[in-house]
Design a protein around this ligand. Structure first.
Ligand code: PLP
Length: 413
């Protein structure tokens, strides 16, 4: 049974209210515990770990995390730098060595000239996104988001007191927004626009033309493009076009060591932007957490040198994603095969059944955790499946999803 609780009116309490709303969006009342997150995939993760603590075996396909570890040299670099005494407070924007190395690596990749003044090192891409909104939205209160989208964008915008509007792209269009839709979205008094390619949750890679269109309008209207490129190494189907290749508009690129280096627990990411934006973001970072631990930054610096390991990770994920897409395409689902990233976002094609229901049943009955579509916008009939598990675990999980779909069919639901 749904347990109501009284909430004080702090920003944190508002997040919990959002969580209640997420559950009510399904039009039903579910038994919920007080979760630490407003994001349904994290709520599912918490539910799954609670079941595990009770002795149930769970296949985790709800959280976006590679199952492999970072290269050994990365862990060694962290340990060595700690032993060498890199254990103090340091610069809010990051150590110069890492900022310069990122400027060089990313600059070379996209053939643009960057210096360390263009870079801030943050505790994960997530915090970089928060800093963007905190720095960029203060005087430009409305953000445009292309959905389906990673739920933290909306939550961050609301948390800093901004508003957002969304463009809801469609599976039938291969998740591509049309030119008219992009123009219509950016014509509504927004100060910034968020793009995410490869996308979480769909795996869509935005075409060069779409990125150019966004950049062109942003330049005309003086908007900031926030381009979340944390999955930019995981590209399987077409070439990748970064916002940095567009010189004409103001942009903030978000990057991370979490996904491609499997460094999720290190909590390290970065943003690349004009120096004055980097300064604004650094001031907020300094206020809130002083700096990212130096020994973690030295680990990230080493990761940039481990190019072979990165290539291996990308190859491994490509194989998994292709195999999973082939398996999913034989199921009674509708899917646009992921072109990059770590996820598939199929429609479950069960009229009258929303994906929150489906996800809860799947967890309860089959011990498989997936993320319900409502977390990513108005997509109640979709689920997000993370494909970054070992082959046998992933195939087992997918086959249980297939069994669950068949059971719904048998019951005529
Ligand atoms: N951006 C997207 C689209 C993500 O999916 C995630 C994590 O799932 C992040 C940013 C943040 O990752 P991290 O904070 O671990 O760098």
């Amino acid at each position: 049974m749904f347990k109501p609780f009284q909430l004080p009116s702090s920003p944190v309490a508002q997040i919990f209210r959002l969580e209640q709303k997420v559950y009510h969006m399904s039009g039903k009342q579910y038994e919920i515990e007080l979760s630490t997150s407003a994001e349904p995939h994290i709520i599912m993760f918490e539910k799954a770990t609670t079941l595990e603590k009770q002795g149930r075996k769970v296949i985790h396909l709800e959280i976006g995390e590679p199952d492999f570890f970072p290269p050994r040299e990365v862990i060694d670099a962290m340990y060595i730098s700690a032993k060498e005494g890199h254990l103090r407070y340091s610069s809010p924007s990051g150590i110069p060595q890492l900022r310069s190395a990122l400027a060089q690596t990313i600059g070379k990749r996209y053939k643009v000239s960057l210096s360390q003044d263009n870079v801030i090192v943050t505790p994960g891409g997530r915090f970089a996104i928060y800093l963007c909104f905190a720095a960029a939205l203060r005087n430009q209160g409305k953000a445009a988001i292309i959905a389906p989208d990673w739920p933290a964008y909306r939550e961050c915008v609301k948390f800093v007191g901004g508003e957002y509007i969304t463009l809801n792209t469609r599976l039938e269009d291969g998740w591509s927004p049309s030119d008219e839709e992009v123009s219509g979205l950016l014509d509504q008094g927004v100060g910034s626009v968020v793009i995410n390619s490869p996308s979480n949750p769909t795996g869509k890679i935005l075409s060069k033309e779409t990125v150019q269109r966004v950049a062109e309008i942003a330049a005309q209207k003086g908007l900031t493009v926030i381009s979340d490129e944390v999955y930019s190494d995981y590209v399987y189907q077409q070439s990748y076009y970064s916002i940095l290749q567009e010189q004409r508009c103001r942009s903030i690129l978000i990057g991370s060591f979490s996904k491609c280096w499997a460094m999720t627990g290190f909590r390290i990411g970065y943003a690349i932007a004009e120096p004055h934006l980097i300064k604004s973001m650094s001031k907020i970072q300094s206020l809130l957490l002083t700096n990212v631990p130096e020994f973690v930054q030295f680990a990230a610096l080493k990761a940039l040198e481990c190019e072979d390991a990165l290539r291996d990770n990308v190859q491994l994920m490509k194989k998994r994603v292709e195999k999973a897409s082939a398996t999913l395409s034989k199921m009674p689902l509708s899917l646009h095969a992921p072109e990059g990233g770590l996820y598939a976002f199929p429609r479950i094609n069960k009229p009258g059944i929303d994906s929150m229901d489906f996800a809860l049943q799947l967890l309860e009955k089959k011990g498989v955790a997936v993320a319900p579509g409502i977390g990513f916008g108005p997509y109640p009939d979709f689920i997000r499946i993370t494909l970054s598990q070992r082959d046998d675990v992933l195939m087992d999980g997918l086959s249980k999803i297939g069994e669950m779909l068949n059971e719904y069919d048998r019951l005529g639901k």
